[in-house]
Design a protein around this ligand. Sequence first.
Ligand code: ZN
Length: 263
Amino acid sequence: MPGLLSYLDFTLEQYARLCRAIKGSKYQVLTMRELLECSSQDGHLLIMRHDVDEDARNALDMARVEHDLGIRATYYFRVRKRVFVPAIIDEIALYGHEIGYHYETLDKTRGKTRRALSLFAAELAMLRERYEIKTACMHGNPLTKYDNKKIWENCELGHFDLIGEPYLSLDYNQFLYLSDSGRTWLRNKNKIKDRVSSINMPPVQVKHTGDLIELITGGGFEKICILTHPKRWSKNLINYLTYYFIDLAYNAGKKVTRVMFLL
Ligand SMILES: [Zn+2]
């Protein structure tokens, strides 16, 4: 008899279904770096972006699912305990996925731009001791008042030998942007920072992962960028329920205490 988890959305099993649908579709999956280095962006293209916020082990589970299907994704890692775990990131890199830097230096320096830029350089250098980092992506912490990508008001990506930042380098009037933030694919009305503005995109009704699979199978949008947070795609019920309740609290507009993050 199938377990309870098989009836739920946002599980590793559902993610594998999504990946199989992508594999069987007309979309070519590119990493962020590949897309930016590509001379032509013709045809059906899809970016699979993962923001690794809490625990690198969840990312490894996803990376294996993708690798089994020959899909290469882009993983952005925060520099913090349980996320910057070289033994795990090494394996993800070995699978051919792009490793990127998930920065939050304005949060960490409480809005001090100069300090944020030097911390950015230091953390990036640490990641580069092991990985070739060409793109970086901001972390949007709903519990802080800072917008981490504001460091780019004072500095260029090229200064750090970076070629792209998903919030700055992709045109979201061309790329349909779908994020699992808030445990739904619907455009989130809650106070989240990982939104993008896309004026010319028609509204899409993608609520469940099954809807997203249909959209991908249909191929109606030529360019798609999918953002997932690996912590949300659990392979066991305890992990699922932990993040389910954290999401529920976010969606209710409550402040989640640091204690909950330690779960
Ligand atoms: Zn993040």
